[in-house]
Unconditional design. Structure first.
Length: 691
């Protein structure tokens, strides 16, 4: 019997053969290098009892319906409308350093299935994909990336839901007989079901216990199935959204990324994902840690672009510390509101009679670089592009529009060539080093060709303009997945600049996303989509947790607010190099009113603790906050960075206020620290240094 294994320092995957088909026998924390894999396989076998088939249908990397598999099969195909029930076998393997690919075929049906895996020794992640090759095209109704067993010593599935201005909400569902199915059917990875999930063992939390985590790198909508089979086994499948793929002769599902934390809970899988995204998935055109402070003009001026006003705003933004000025929607066509001009990517000569150059030159003279908003996949019917090429729009004439716009058919090479030429000309003629790339409506119907089309366009543009960074935005966080991140450099996590909402969203998004790619802006004093008024200090510290920016009219800022903002921006600049490359460990807070995380440098020599008081606590005094991921026998010196945020009602002893405070890692992790008493909407920032 053949066995194979793949290892990183975080996880082991073991494969065997079941009736000719490869199956994952084990996916979990590392096993010893000399583990007896045949014994492991034997130990995993169960006896049978009454009411069953004479053998247990195997849970393979692609469970087949024709083997009487008692759950969701891994593929469902037809050819010219006739269902196919292939019989795969004849497994061949190719193993390299950290790579494994297993191929099975069905000669009669003219099909081959290849399961490929790559283990990253540095980041600890394993990447997996399933490729189907067919001698004649087959209709793909469902094809799963390599199917893995779900943990049985586990009570819950944790996946992610969300909505506009409420992204990244954790959803906990009990494992139960039958299927937990998430499906993003809108043609984007979507606010509703971003393709990430966690599978904690019973009792695991953010800082302890065994957790498995998965992300599916596809921006066109996915289906995730977590199923408990009738006899108790569990399986996890990921693939493209139903009905989106059509007939293909060569189709790959993946990458599916896998992380395991043996003891450190969701913090362990988060750290591996953050590292992998930062080191491997995102292709940085620059020094990745030096994330420049952004200024984005959207919530300052919306569509009302006026050169003297924008120049004044740019000067004020630069004086506050901004390093990149991003001109948002409203600069092109006759775009005075959101009813027209998408598709007409020429500078509006009324607003910018001399083109963008005067503004760009001013921005550059202030020491900032220049970024521009675009939404290339879209068209308004009121546009020159639509009038010239109505046939380039996707979907039926009577479709429901979104924000008054339609999609362009990205499967059409003429559309892609046109968009490439237009954007290439814009980037060639102007000194632009950043694009905010938006996608503000869902598809009329899910269609994988839209996604392969946009990937192709992005790849061509990146090859032609390798110095340009791209931000993935889709009404905020509607297109966040590891597929788009292999072609972009930042995500606009949410259109909500409300720091309280952001505190929560950033906390949960950090279970996968590193700080460096997560855009976070200081919004207007009165938040434009919640009406809340929050202190500048809190707004600034929440933005400083991630890739920081400003997105308000700086003319509204008082001198006191400006001082606070400048102080936090200069702290951001002095710490970004190690924080952006480091890891975020969200904490299990004993007080639900406190949302806390640590950001730890790669070498472990320093960290910063952010603890946000989102509302008044139920009890009178702060509960101790236990830190994580420190070296138990090392000593750390802790200093409070922002004592000026102490409210006037707080008095009495505080080791942190009197600080610095020096304690062992063990004491900090077991006993914890007492934060100063605070009002709601206060962020405590505590910096730690290993002695
Ligand atoms: C979307 C984005 C916003 C802004 C507007 C411009 O809603 O999420 O940040 O860029 O488009 O129209």
């Amino acid at each position: 019997m053949s066995h194979w294994r793949l290892d990183t320092h975080h996880q082991t995957l073991v494969f065997g053969l079941a009736d000719g088909m490869p199956a994952a026998l084990y996916w979990g924390p590392p096993l010893p290098a000399d583990e007896d894999l045949a014994a492991l396989e034997a130990a995993g076998q169960s006896m049978l009892t009454g009411g069953m088939l004479d053998a247990l249908p195997p849970l393979t990397l692609c469970p087949e319906a024709r083997r009487s598999f008692p759950g969701q099969p891994g593929l469902s195909l037809s050819r010219r409308g006739v269902p196919l029930h292939p019989k795969f076998g004849g497994c061949t393997a190719e193993a390299g350093a950290g790579t494994l690919s297993l191929t099975v075929t069905d000669g009669d049906a003219g099909l081959a299935l290849t399961f490929s895996f790559e283990a990253d020794a540095d980041t600890g992640l394993i990447t997996a994909a399933t490729r189907l090759q067919a001698s004649e095209p087959v209709e793909i109704h469902w094809l799963a990336a390599p199917v893995l067993p779900g943990p049985q010593q586990a009570d819950e599935i944790v996946d992610i839901a969300g909505r506009w201005i409420g992204e990244f909400q954790l959803v906990r569902t009990p494992w139960a007989p039958g299927i937990r199915l998430r499906e993003a059917t809108t043609g984007r990875s979507g606010h509703e079901h971003p393709p990430f999930a966690l599978f904690p063992d019973t009792g695991a939390g953010r800082t302890s216990g065994t957790v498995r985590a998965m992300a599916f790198g596809w921006s066109g909508g996915h289906r995730m199935i977590a199923e408990e089979l009738p006899e108790g086994r569990r399986q996890i499948q990921w693939g493209h959204a139903a009905g989106s793929v059509g007939a293909q002769s060569d189709w790959t599902v993946g990458p599916l990324q896998l992380a395991v934390s043996a003891e450190a809970g969701m913090g362990g899988t988060a750290a591996a994902f953050q590292r992998h995204l930062y080191d491997r998935v995102v292709h940085w055109p620059c020094t990745p840690g030096a994330r420049p402070v952004h200024y984005n003009c959207w919530e300052a001026v919306y569509f009302d672009h006026d050169l003297p006003v924008l120049s004044d705003i740019a000067e004020r933004a630069a004086a506050l510390g901004a390093e990149r000025f991003v001109l948002d929607d409203g600069w092109f066509g006759r775009r005075d509101d959101d009813t027209s001009s998408l598709g007409d990517w020429q500078v509006d000569a009324w607003k910018y009679p001399d083109g963008l150059k005067p503004l760009i030159e001013n921005v550059k003279s202030l020491g900032m670089s220049f970024g521009l908003w675009v939404e290339p996949e879209m068209v308004n019917r009121d546009s020159d592009l639509y009038r010239a090429h109505p046939d380039w729009a996707l979907g039926a004439e009577d479709q429901i529009e979104g924000r008054g716009q339609r999609l362009l058919d990205m499967a059409n090479p003429a559309v892609r060539d046109h968009l490439f030429a237009t954007l290439d000309a814009l980037l060639t003629a102007n000194d632009i080093d950043y694009l905010k790339w938006d996608h503000n409506r869902v598809l009329p119907a899910p269609d994988a060709a839209q996604t392969t089309g946009i990937y192709d366009l992005l790849d061509r543009l990146r090859a032609a303009h390798p110095q340009v960074e791209i931000e993935s935005c889709a009404s905020g966080g509607g297109r966040i997945d590891t597929g788009i991140l292999s072609r972009t450099h930042r995500v606009w996590l949410s259109d909500s600049n409300d720091a309280l909402e952001r505190l929560r969203m950033q906390h949960d998004a950090a279970l996968f996303l590193p700080a460096a790619i997560t855009g976070a802006h200081v919004g207007p004093r009165e938040c434009h989509n919640s009406g809340r008024i929050l202190p500048m200090s809190f707004r600034a510290w929440v933005a400083a947790q991630r890739h920081m920016g400003l997105e308000m009219d700086p003319r509204e800022i008082t001198p006191d607010e400006a001082e606070t903002l400048k102080r936090v921006i200069s702290w951001y600049k002095s710490t970004r190099a190690w924080r952006m490359a480091g890891e975020i460990r969200t904490l299990d807070s004993a007080d639900p009113a406190v949302t806390a995380e640590m950001q730890i440098a790669r070498d472990g020599d320093r960290f910063v603790l952010f603890a946000g008081q989102s509302r008044a606590s139920d009890q009178t005094l702060p509960r101790p906050l236990r830190l994580t991921a420190l070296q138990p026998d090392a000593r750390y010196r802790l200093s409070l960075t922002n004592p000026e945020d102490l409210p006037r009602q707080a008095h009495g002893p505080s080791a942190l206020l009197d600080g610095p405070l020096t304690l062992s890692g063990a004491a900090l992790m077991q006993s914890g620290i007492r934060l100063p008493w605070s009002w709601p909407a206060t962020m405590w920032v505590v910096e730690g240094e290993r002695l």
